[in-house]
Design a protein around this ligand. Sequence first.
Ligand code: C2E
Ligand code: MG
Ligand code: MG
Length: 401
Amino acid sequence: MQRNDQPVLLVLDDDQEIVDVICTIGAQAGFRPVGSAATTPKELQTALAASRPDVIVLDLQMPGQDGVTTLRYLADAGVPARVLLVTGMDERTIGAAEQYGLRRGLQVLGTLQKPFDPDDLLAQLERAHAALRPITPADLQNAITHDELMLYYQPTIRRFADGTWDVAAVEALLRWKRPIRVILAPDSFIPMGEAHGLSRAMTDWVIQHGVEQLKGWQASRLRVGLRINIAAKLIADVAFPDRLETILAEHALHPDMLTLEVTETATLDQTPETLDILTRLRIKEINLAIDDFGIGYSSLTQLFRMPFNEMKIDKSLVCKIPESKEAAIMVDALVGLAHKLNLTVCAEGVENRETLEMLGRFGSDCAQGFYISPPVPAAEIPRIIAAWDQKQRPAAQADVG
Ligand code: C2E
Ligand code: MG
Ligand code: MG
């Protein structure tokens, strides 16, 4: 049975047998398959106009018009369909064709070498089918269960009296590795998850994986703290501080290795529960930072009344300080204010050396940003820390050598 709302799969191959096989598998994956042996631009144009495909399976070796020419045609014509490349050619050639397609702005789903395993093709097409739908809370729940989420880590550096900085902690930043070669940034799914009751599942996942990673680094003698972002909704869950304490105890981690970053918006509701939770977290010696400070939501009273011990100044302010006198005055003043309130200061969004030097002069205690390192997979952290240390203390390294 074919339904009108089924996405269309256009199979372009000169071998009718292969077209039939791919069409059968495409139907299994939920597509309405259309086969074509179009080889000239005119035939291709007709096939595209007749089928209006969502996904195209393209054979790179076709008589008359080869696959790269077809890719060029698709890019020139702005065809929005996603493309899966199939060929009997060697991996390097198919890889080059894929790169060409990607660089021309086509959505290349992947490549498949002939003779292909029908199960591989089915899996690829099923993923392509799934990706055509907008993400739903059920998808996110599924991603949490099946470990499609992953953490990137971004170092935070701390300033010493001699003006040098060392890596003190890493912030865990959530990513969603979609099956179709895409890594989603948190802003594209966290708000949806929070709105559909998935805050706790997401945060538990982050804490569990972050803490295990921290333990792994400790085992290889890498001493860094861990910073975790906390969803607004959790600030209403009175059981959260105890759960967190248990997890830390199970991993034999001292609570002050952990900093929870809470965005200003999340703390706006100064309900008794919020105060209860935040205060108990501090009593348990877990660090609390007010994240994205300075973008307009917080009141100073809020900062004063809540038991934070760090102010994290928002990147939109920090990244402007080299050019904007106003931004520099504000960041300088915020650092002074935080210190008067007994808070340490972390400035996020440090994109160049000049910004870091200015922050040093203002007295900022910690800094974070692309200049130091972008968020990276866990495996890259040891190398990044070593490279940063080397950059900070080249003289000391030279003395040793
Ligand atoms: P955030 O906690 O303020 O994290 C900093 C964001 O700024 C990160 O974006 C990071 O990639 C980006 N960034 C870092 N350095 C620079 C820089 O020098 N310049 C610029 N322009 N940007 C920089 P990302 O990873 O996309 O995260 C966005 C936001 O998503 C985070 O903002 C945080 O609020 C939220 N988030 C991330 N992971 C989690 C999580 O596990 N739970 C919750 N509840 N929220 C999370
Ligand atoms: Mg943060
Ligand atoms: Mg922030």
